[in-house]
Design a protein around this ligand. Structure first.
Ligand code: SF4
Length: 369
């Protein structure tokens, strides 16, 4: 028999917890469900739900966005990207295009797409033009890109890959010794691809409770109850509260496609730095479709120095769960969805944008006197 959200809340409120408990989620979809359902306010005050590294657009390196802009402007390629990427700002001077959207306004051919197959279709329909697919995303987005390459793409389609794996960011936080959370709600979508057991290290290596959750309030509260009960009983394990969708071993076909198309490399995360074994790169077999090889001039190393967040933007701290979105001074002041300063206010999976959409409109950080 399924348990309703209000029943889960009753069970959680009935628990006698020894202390404040901080629970991190690492999925933009989880954060959206938590915020929109008002789960934070419904939970006891000593339980804090912390948004973590769950937004691939937010962590996409500044130099990759800049490279995409330059390819569209200077090489006159047709550039396609998932819609969220178009408004992500880079740290270019105001006289230059600072986002793909601004580059498009100056005449660059930049088109939003929703699926990799759209990129293939556009390349097939425009065979005399190089088409660059700027593919940023986590495992769930990278797997269809891998499938696309394996199935075969037109010779004029190049991939500017900015794929990332989620678990290494959590591992980095835990390895730091100051992760800032006591339990993990592991991402449901990623677990459907990679398998829930990918998160077993949180329990085995770090001795923290973990639970995979789906996207309904019921599933998120079930996972919350699970990790709280584990803390209460001091008996830690990985609980799968999304077992109807996230099966053991995940999706073996998708995992094999990821392994066949991509190497796993150390990769930069915007504002965070390089995280070991956290990125995807095209295997040599797909070099002919690698935009970084086809247009090497725009992989400008100098950008890596400018690759931090825009001035005053605390996105990197938000992504790592070190501060809450409204603890950024710019939140709701200079930075809104209409005028985003940083990527966390651009993407639908960005914590700042989600918090804004849920009705939180003001920063609680005072100006420095
Ligand atoms: Fe960055 Fe804006 Fe979020 Fe501040 S409110 S962290 S400036 S995206």
């Amino acid at each position: 028999m399924s348990v309703s959200a209000s029943e889960w809340l009753q069970r959680i409120h009935a628990m006698a917890l020894p202390r404040t408990v901080k629970i991190m989620n690492v999925c933009g979809g989880h954060e959206r469900s938590i915020s929109m359902a008002g789960l934070r306010a419904a939970l006891p005050a000593n339980i804090e739900l912390i948004p973590g590294p769950g937004c691939p657009v937010c962590v996409c390196p500044e130099e990759d966005v800049y490279c995409a802009i330059q390819l569209a402007l200077r090489e006159r390629v047709m550039l396609v990207a998932f819609g969220d990427m178009l408004r992500v700002p880079v740290n270019a001077p105001k006289s230059e295009a600072r986002s793909l959207e601004q580059a498009r306004a100056t005449g660059a051919d930049i088109r939003p797409i929703a699926t990799p197959m759209e990129a293939v279709r556009i390349a097939r329909a425009n065979r005399d033009v190089p088409v660059v697919f700027f593919a940023a995303g986590f495992e769930t987005t990278s797997a269809p890109v891998a499938a696309m390459l394996i199935e075969g793409v037109p010779g004029n389609l190049y991939v500017l890959l900015s794929g990332r794996l989620t678990w290494p960011a959590v591992a980095m936080l835990l390895d730091s010794g100051t992760p800032g959370f006591d339990a993990l709600i592991a991402p449901g979508h990623v677990s459907t691809i990679m398998g829930p057991e990918e998160w077993q290290f949180v329990v085995d290596k770090h001795g923290l409770p973990a639970a995979v959750a789906g996207f309904t309030p019921e599933s998120l509260l079930a996972a919350t109850y699970s990790v709280l009960r584990q803390i209460q009983e001091q008996r830690y394990f990985l609980d799968n509260c999304y077992a109807e969708v996230a099966h053991p071993d995940g999706n073996p076909t998708a995992r094999q496609q990821l392994a066949d198309a991509f190497d796993v490399i150390d990769a930069p995360w915007r504002g965070v730095g390089t995280i070991p074994a956290s990125g995807f790169a095209l295997k040599p077999a797909y070099a002919a479709h690698d935009a970084r090889r086809r247009f090497p001039i725009h992989g400008d190393d100098a950008r890596k120095r400018a690759g931090e967040m825009p001035l005053g933007c605390d996105c990197a701290k938000v992504v790592l769960g070190k501060i809450r979105p409204n603890e950024c001074f710019l939140f709701g002041r200079a930075c809104t969805p209409q005028h985003p300063i940083g990527p966390c206010m651009v993407s639908d999976e960005g914590a700042c944008r989600i918090w804004w959409a849920s009705g939180i409109r003001e920063s609680n950080k005072m100006a420095m006197s």
